[in-house]
Design a protein around this ligand. Structure first.
Ligand SMILES: O=C(O)c1cc(=O)[nH]c(=O)n1[C@@H]1O[C@H](COP(=O)(O)O)[C@@H](O)[C@H]1O
Length: 233
């Protein structure tokens, strides 16, 4: 198992509270190095959970998907940078001014802002339901262009969009892909999915994987199997 494979995947710890988070981390042991703290856990526990994970030596992706007026998004990003997280998210649908304002708050923190495009739970019908009649891939490309032109160098999208984004931007973007399922795994509410090996081969910088690990009978074994799959991709 190579260390770089382990560093290419981020476990989404969508847990209800700190104690279940720490129990899960005990079971995972040294099989993970990146943790994503999302809306559920952050709303329950606040910044203290982030500080504790950083104190334990994890790299932390704080995924709160900021989408607001430019000043509010900028100040929220500044707060995330102050917390010392390694990555955070904004919705690129917040528009040019919001993206640029958010980007301006990174300062010298070294934190990477990831722009969320079309959620991986969306299929074409859902996209049309919010009034966008272009193909999903076109909408992703449009939002990535908006992000790129306003300073964003990190993107969240489904692995299905990787080939077109890598063809356009090469290695200029850090691309993080949720919607990853081991072969035969339960998709749950995800729509646009690939396996870990497929996503890495298509050019993902990092994979975000939650329930296939957190819901496994043996989460450590599930994490190690994913690392093996990444290493051999
Ligand atoms: O920003 C994200 O991380 C995100 C964007 C997206 O388009 N789709 C998506 O699933 N996510 C997050 O990625 C994680 C996926 O979890 P699982 O479906 O359990 O693997 C969840 O924490 C989602 O909030």
């Amino acid at each position: 198992m190579s260390a770089s494979a382990k560093e290419k995947f981020i476990v989404a710890l969508d847990a209800p509270d700190a104690s279940s988070t720490y129990q899960l981390l005990d079971r995972l042991g040294d099989s993970v190095s990146w943790i994503k703290v999302g809306l559920q856990l952050f709303t329950a526990e606040g910044p203290s959970i982030v500080r504790e994970l950083k104190a334990r030596g994890y790299r932390v992706f704080l995924d709160l998907k900021f989408h607001d007026i430019p000043n509010t998004a900028k100040e929220a990003v500044a707060s995330a940078a102050k917390l010392g997280v390694d990555m955070t998210t904004i919705h690129l649908g917040g528009g040019a001014k919001m993206i640029a304002a958010a980007q301006s708050a990174v300062g010298d923190s070294g934190m990477l802002i990831l722009g969320v495009t079309v959620l991986t739970s969306f299929d074409q019908a859902q996209l049309e339901g919010v009034g966008v009649h272009d193909p999903v891939e076109s909408q992703v490309s449009r939002l990535v262009r908006l992000g790129y032109d306003n300073g964003a160098r990190g993107i969240v999208c489904s692995p299905l969009e990787l080939p077109v984004l890598r063809a356009t931007y090469g290695d200029e973007l850090t691309i993080v892909t949720p919607g990853v399922r081991p072969a035969g795994g339960d998709k749950g509410d995800q729509q646009r999915v690939m396996t870990p090996a497929e996503a890495i081969r298509a050019g993902a910088s990092y994979l975000v994987i939650g329930r296939p690990i957190t819901g496994a009978a043996d989460p450590r074994a599930a994490a190690l199997a994913i690392t093996e799959e990444i290493a051999s991709a």
